[in-house]
Design a protein. Structure first.
Length: 138
């Protein structure tokens, strides 16, 4: 074979086939704007004792479900452990120490699209002492 007999053909690009559909359901769904997205009430509950915390969470969920709100949770969050090391004696015994720790238990509850009645009922709820609550509207 000589160079004259082997001639390569130039490549021609193929035309892409376009599918045309008259069906409206095949069209992609319109994007939801952030203003139209679901509102969420995020409640974070904290306490030193887990039994008291679980009782408070149960009260919050009962109030929300009584008003037909959609509840997600309770989601257990990681426990914060604060450790403190203290000398037993004031002056001499440096090797003798005591260690103390505080455990802070946390739970998170989400309420989707809360009605004003749900928010009002949650503000009027009476929770046990030692339970702290953080409420955010997202």
């Amino acid at each position: 074979m000589t160079a004259e007999t082997t001639v390569k053909k130039a490549r021609t690009p193929r035309a892409k086939a376009v599918k045309k559909t008259d069906d409206v359901s095949a069209a992609p769904a319109p994007r939801v704007k952030k203003a139209d997205a679901a509102h969420r009430l995020r409640i974070k509950v904290r306490a030193y004792e887990h039994a008291v915390l679980d009782g408070a969470v149960k009260q919050i969920i009962d109030v929300a479900q009584r008003h037909n709100a959609e509840v997600i949770g309770p989601v257990p969050l990681p426990i914060d452990i604060r450790k403190y090391t203290v000398n037993r004696a004031a002056f001499i015994d440096k090797d003798s120490r005591e260690q103390f720790e505080m455990r802070i238990h946390k739970r998170m509850i989400d309420i989707l699209n809360p009605a004003p009645k749900v928010i009002e009922a949650l503000t009027n709820i009476d929770l046990p002492s030692g339970v702290s609550i953080d409420v955010k509207m997202m």
